[in-house]
Design a protein around this ligand. Structure first.
Ligand SMILES: [Ca+2]
Ligand SMILES: [Ca+2]
Length: 198
């Protein structure tokens, strides 16, 4: 029969041994968790790097371009020539502004106009349709060549053209002026040439 003190000593030893063992196990486990976390963070950074490289280098450029007009506003002299520049603005590709007898730009109601340019992108070789309307005069050029001559002093009048254009970028130039009284200006075309992914 074992002495009670010996039994107590054995039990205490076992309990202490278990606690030490558990403590050591926990310490090892905890250090593994820490290293796992470091591995996880490292892996996450690596994955982000790989993904961003994939999106930047491998996928095609998904930036979308919307064609817009860049306008330079000019005074119109009584002689019929362009006068001083009075400002700039940007318009959406398709528009129909009916000013009536109100101000057209700034406080100018008459004898004012603009020279505007816009880049378009033909997705295909083939015909393209343009319509311009104006009170008073307007003129549309494609790559410097006059495609619609709606110039002169007159009430609102629309003119259109359909011609072949090659695939790729082209520059449109639109001139417009109001001589007096009512003023209105519009532009329209096939929509597929106004939005593209370069
Ligand atoms: Ca006017
Ligand atoms: Ca007019």
């Amino acid at each position: 029969m074992l002495d009670a003190k010996i039994v107590s000593a054995i039990l205490i030893s076992v309990i202490l041994g278990s606690m030490i063992g558990f403590g050591l196990s926990y310490a090892v486990f905890n250090s593994q968790i820490q290293s796992l976390r470091k591995d996880f963070v490292y892996t996450k950074v690596e994955i982000e790097g790989i993904l961003s490289k994939y999106f930047m280098d491998i996928l095609p450029n998904t930036r979308t371009v919307f064609a817009r007009w860049n306008l330079t506003w000019l005074l119109v002299l009584e002689s019929g020539e362009w006068g001083a520049s009075v400002g700039n603005s940007t318009w959406g590709a398709v528009f129909d502004y009916d000013f009536g007898t109100n101000a057209i730009f700034g406080s100018y109601t008459d004898l004012v106009g603009f020279r505007a340019t816009m880049t378009i992108n033909m997705q295909r070789d083939g015909p393209v349709h343009f319509v311009i309307g104006s009170d008073d005069g307007s003129e549309l050029r494609v790559d410097g060549e006059v495609w619609i001559d709606n110039w002169g002093t007159h009430g609102y009048r629309e003119m259109s053209v359909t011609r072949n254009l090659s695939k790729g970028n082209h520059t449109l130039t639109l001139w417009y002026f109001d001589w007096n009284a009512d003023a209105r200006v519009s532009f329209n075309c096939d929509p597929d040439i106004l939005v593209w992914n370069p």
